[in-house]
Design a protein around this ligand. Sequence first.
Ligand code: DC
Length: 234
Amino acid sequence: MASRPVRFFFEMSEWKKMSNVIAIDGPAASGKSTVARMLAERFGIAYVNTGSLYRAVAYAALRAGMEFSRLDRDFLAQLQFDYAPDENGAFTLRMNGVFLREELRSPEVAAGASAVATLPVVREALLDVQRSMAGERMIVMEGRDIGTVVFPDARYKFFVTATPEERARRRLAQSGEVAAGATLEEVAREIAARDKQDSERKTAPLKPAEDAIRIDTTGRTIAEVVEMIAAYVK
Ligand code: DC
């Protein structure tokens, strides 16, 4: 009995030490963005899509005609990022005060994002932006390395996957992200190439955190996955 107050105190200090983040990581087209957005809506908290940061860097480089391999601190320092509610109230990325949306969804920007995400100078520059988002209020943050690198102390960690076939089907059903007239095989190849690049890079590769709860979304509806995650978070 005597040990109980001590244990209780320990639990309280553990609670305080963690970041108020629900981390949702996983490969391309695993359904994690939709799940993360719906989860945030359900709990009435903010949702941050960190892939949009890497996409924005690729977009800025493409627009400036700059080779990705030449990206350096000076170029990145000119890019100011924040997330703010857009006119529909959706938490959206701004680069130098301008909301970025459809600009980030093209196949070129998607492939570019995966390429710039291999560069340590880019990952380092984006760490502060992501870490500054955590505070008193709980947030849902979705990406590839949220539970492993950005917030290893996140209060909840999930790793969302689906079979390559299912992910290719989902990606094909989304508009904008794939080239017009692309076949299922082509989309599957593009996803496999991104998986390889994201999980084999040296800095912060895509992988589940050891303490992440893994969820295979194959054959499950978005609503079912949101329910599963919400049950853990409650
Ligand atoms: O989630 P997404 O498809 O928008 O991400 C685009 C690319 O950005 C992805 O291929 C890898 C990279 N990324 C990353 O390296 N780390 C993150 N936390 C989020 C995305």
